[in-house]
Design a protein around this ligand. Structure first.
Ligand SMILES: NC(=O)c1ccc[n+]([C@@H]2O[C@H](COP(=O)([O-])OP(=O)(O)OC[C@H]3O[C@@H](n4cnc5c(N)ncnc54)[C@H](OP(=O)(O)O)[C@@H]3O)[C@@H](O)[C@H]2O)c1
Length: 286
């Protein structure tokens, strides 16, 4: 399997799309609209969710689903500002409240700003989904230092930054999630460092669940299987993807909405007793 860098296509996309969108889309503009909307009162839960890496893929599906469930939502991206703005606009068009913020989760100050902007807009944080992640694959003998370092900076340090801020700010009765992967069980060749970075999410959430004891805050890792997003499909031929599909019990890839539904369920009042767990959401592939 060839080495992949899933952040590069995104950067190309942003330069093309951002040029088209130009300065017509600015975080502050959406922030002001959302603030005004929340000042008028949220018809939903009155609660707020931050979903990192929600400009596309699984994060976008979770952001839209939580908005549909009545949460104010902060959408986040690192490069694809136009996509993040579009997700926030879609949420508002559907009657929800959303802001979007560009923040590289690997940077501590950027993550702090992400939470501060959310609190300014919506008054607090109730749900945090540490979803932003990248995947770079290679056999051990070929893995480059820069790919290993960036993957750990985003997946391990970045998620730590998000979970640390969540542990400081999420209100009682909240929910915190980090995205692991079923690769922690599948353990396929070329996935070594990526799988290790995802295993960290399972340890983070289990330990954080204990640290937040007594406040009715549930903390869980969500471990998708093969999900139809650029992270999984980029760099794979149709034949390779068909080979993966053949291994799935239901004969298809997961869709981002399959993951979002489970996050939504765990956010419900009935979901709170599930805590400190890794929830494998993979159609039975493991
Ligand atoms: N797809 C799968 O098969 C699969 C399976 C198991 C687990 N997962 C996990 O699920 C999560 C989402 O994956 P996905 O498939 O939806 O990926 P994706 O389609 O590639 O989307 C990745 C998202 O993360 C954002 N992001 C990347 N680096 C970031 C950074 N440094 N700071 C902030 N945001 C950043 C991207 O923002 P930009 O648009 O700005 O680049 C984008 O919104 C990841 O943690 C991944 O490991 C995915």
């Amino acid at each position: 399997m060839s080495e992949q860098d899933n952040s590069e296509p995104a950067k190309n996309n942003v330069s093309r799309r951002t040029l088209l969108a130009a300065a017509a889309i600015a975080p502050a503009a959406v922030t002001l609209r959302a603030t005004a909307a929340s000042a008028q009162g949220n018809a939903g839960t009155g609660k707020t969710a931050i979903v990192t890496g929600s400009s596309r893929g699984i994060g976008a599906a979770i952001a839209k689903r939580l908005a549909r469930d009545g949460y104010n939502v902060t959408v986040n991206c690192v490069v694809n500002r136009d996509l993040a703005a579009a997700v926030a606009k879609d949420i508002e068009a559907a009657g929800g409240h959303a802001i979007w913020e560009q923040a590289d989760v690997s940077e501590t100050a950027a993550v702090q700003r992400l939470f501060e902007k959310t609190e300014e807009a919506f008054g607090g944080v109730d749900v945090v989904v540490s979803n932003a992640g990248i995947m770079r694959l290679a056999p051990f003998r070929e893995m480059k230092d820069e790919d290993f370092d960036r993957m750990l900076a985003v997946n391990v340090k970045g998620s730590f930054n998000v979970l640390r801020e969540a542990s400081r700010r999420v209100r009682d009765n909240g929910r915190i999630f980090a995205l692991s992967s079923s690769i922690t069980q599948l353990r396929s060749p070329t996935y070594g460092p990526y799988a290790a970075s995802k295993a960290a999410q399972e340890l983070y959430t289990n330990i954080l669940a204990k640290e937040l004891a007594g406040r009715k805050i549930s903390v869980n890792a969500i471990a998708p299987g093969l999900v139809n997003t650029p992270l999984f499909t980029d760099g794979k031929t149709p034949e390779m993807i068909a080979g993966f599909v053949q291994r799935t019990p239901h004969g298809r890839l997961g869709e981002p909405e399959d993951i979002a539904r489970v996050v939504s369920t765990l956010c419900s009042d009935d979901g709170w007793w599930v805590s400190g767990q890794t929830i494998f959401v993979n159609g039975g592939i493991v």
